[in-house]
Design a protein around this ligand. Structure first.
Ligand code: URA
Length: 483
């Protein structure tokens, strides 16, 4: 039997595993052990044999091992070496694809737990200011208690975001320090050295209180997303029981008083303006006043005009300049938009961005929104599958869309797909028949009707997809043409 020190990180383990592989030591003959773990003999760091052999392993294995190696499971090094051996010496080229293989299943699970904890660390580390350096850089500290050895893997995120200050993250599993633009790691510390409450805590508490929306409280989900063991290190966590209790009261109050003035009236003045076909809205002599987008956004967030709000994370309001020359209207937010609160940031949004760039249309200067502001979905296993909004939901949301149109007053309006067309042009208008420029001067001087990017994403045949994509780009380019 050979006792081997796996080292402190992925690079150390890789070096040791490589030496073992070169010396043809089978996994069953290796005991992986960190020094000081009570072995009789003490594990040795392996010296590489003279003249190195070269092995090829799939990049996917490197990724898997890089994450799984951070797990606290003491069998992880042996597990990864066994997989490596099977790939290289056992000729099991497709091993990684066999998800039912016990080694692969276990390694994937470890890697998943580690990725999850890195994500938690990004979300739950709270820095406290402790002063300034002599050079005038602000100095912050934080404490985090991970289950796994994620400090090194999670730290680049903080370096990229907080590059202009000096900070240290202390943890029992290792400490990271960003000082004078240099990242350093030191061994873990057993107890929190920065237990010194300061005003930063109060800022976090205030911030947390202000973003807390009782109607969105899903206590179970909150506990699983923000596990209780992390609470003690979050300054705002002491507010959680109080907020949960008061949220129940506030939600009850909302139910007793369901409308709170946010349900758009059926005879909504924007709708009336549209029906009268006067430009831009209203009776043609006095244009309707423009409600600032920030106010509209707040109202939409509280809208209860149809049931979609109940299952959505938030209302996704439009984004872009209030005086944009171009307004783009999609259907409804998708899964990612619902989580991030912004329109067209998921796969359809990325596809749209690509086409807009090709059409030389600048998305940043456009106002982008949707006909329906809440995500309609149905569960399919762990996924939330998009469901088309119904006529009633499109109608319920239409006053908000018209209000956005009235405020922005774009010269050019692009309608993406049937729902946007049905909302603003009526259900009789079909993309297949009326695609291209349509005459609707009550909406904007130039109105372009085209397909929705999700439709293009679903076309299976690559040649047809490309052809349709080029048509889509040509439609979008109409926005730049004069007249
Ligand atoms: N599809 C839409 O219509 N809108 C979005 O915001 C995202 C996907």
């Amino acid at each position: 039997m050979k006792q081997v020190d796996p080292g402190r990180n992925f690079a150390d383990w890789r070096e040791a595993a490589r030496s073992l592989l070169e010396s043809e030591v089978p996994p069953a003959e290796v005991i992986w052990e960190r020094p000081g773990q009570g072995s009789l003999f003490g594990a040795a760091a392996l010296a590489p044999p003279p003249g190195r052999a070269s092995f090829k392993v799939p990049a996917e294995f490197v990724e898997l091992a890089r994450s799984a190696i951070c797990h606290a499971d003491p069998r992880r090094w042996a597990l990864l070496y066994r997989i490596l051996w099977r790939l290289v010496k056992g000729g099991e080229k497709h091993l990684l694809e066999i998800v039912s293989d016990p080694d692969i299943a276990r390694a994937r699970l470890l890697a998943k737990n580690v990725r999850r904890e890195i994500h938690k660390m990004h979300a739950f580390v709270r820095f406290r200011k402790i002063g300034e350096t002599d050079a005038g850089r602000e100095r912050y500290v934080a404490w985090f208690e991970p289950d796994h050895e994620v400090i090194a893997a999670a730290t680049p995120f903080f370096r990229d975001r907080f590059a202009n200050m000096d900070w240290s993250i202390f943890s029992p599993k290792g400490c990271a320090h960003w000082i004078d633009n240099e990242l350093k790691f030191t061994p873990g510390v057993a107890t929190n050295p920065c237990d010194n409450p300061d005003e930063l805590e109060e800022i976090w508490r205030t911030y947390y209180r202000s973003i807390f929306n009782p109607a969105r409280l899903k206590e179970q989900m909150m506990k699983s997303e923000m596990p209780k063991r992390y609470w003690k290190n979050l300054p705002e966590a002491s507010l959680i029981p109080e907020l949960i209790e008061s949220s129940c009261r506030r939600v009850d109050d909302m139910l007793v008083e369901p409308e709170r003035g946010v349900r758009p009236a059926p005879n909504n003045r924007y709708l009336k303006g549209l029906q009268e076909m006067s430009a831009p809205f209203g009776d043609g002599t006095a244009p309707l006043e423009r409600t600032p987008l920030a106010d509209l956004s707040r109202m939409v967030d509280a809208c209860r005009a149809c049931p979609l709000w109940e299952r959505a994370t938030c209302a996704v309001f439009g984004r872009g300049p209030e005086n944009a020359r171009l307004m783009i209207v999609g259907e409804q937010p998708g899964d990612q938009e619902d989580l991030r609160g912004q329109p067209f940031v998921g796969p359809a949004g990325q596809f749209l961005d690509r086409a807009l760039a090709e059409a030389k249309v600048d998305r940043a200067s456009a106002y982008v929104t949707n006909a329906v502001k809440h995500f309609k979905w149905e569960p399919r296993g762990k996924l939330r599958l998009h469901k088309n909004p119904g006529r009633a939901e499109v109608e319920a949301c239409k006053p908000w869309l018209l209000a956005e149109l009235n405020t922005v007053g774009p010269a050019v309006l692009i309608l993406l797909g049937g729902t946007a067309a049905a909302s603003l042009l009526g259900p009789q208008v079909k993309v297949t028949q009326h695609r291209g420029l349509v005459a609707a001067p009550h909406l904007a001087a130039k109105v372009i009707l085209t397909v929705h990017p999700s439709y293009l994403l679903r076309i299976p045949d690559p040649a047809r997809k490309e052809e349709e994509y080029q048509r889509f780009v040509a439609d979008l380019s109409l926005a730049c043409e004069p007249g």
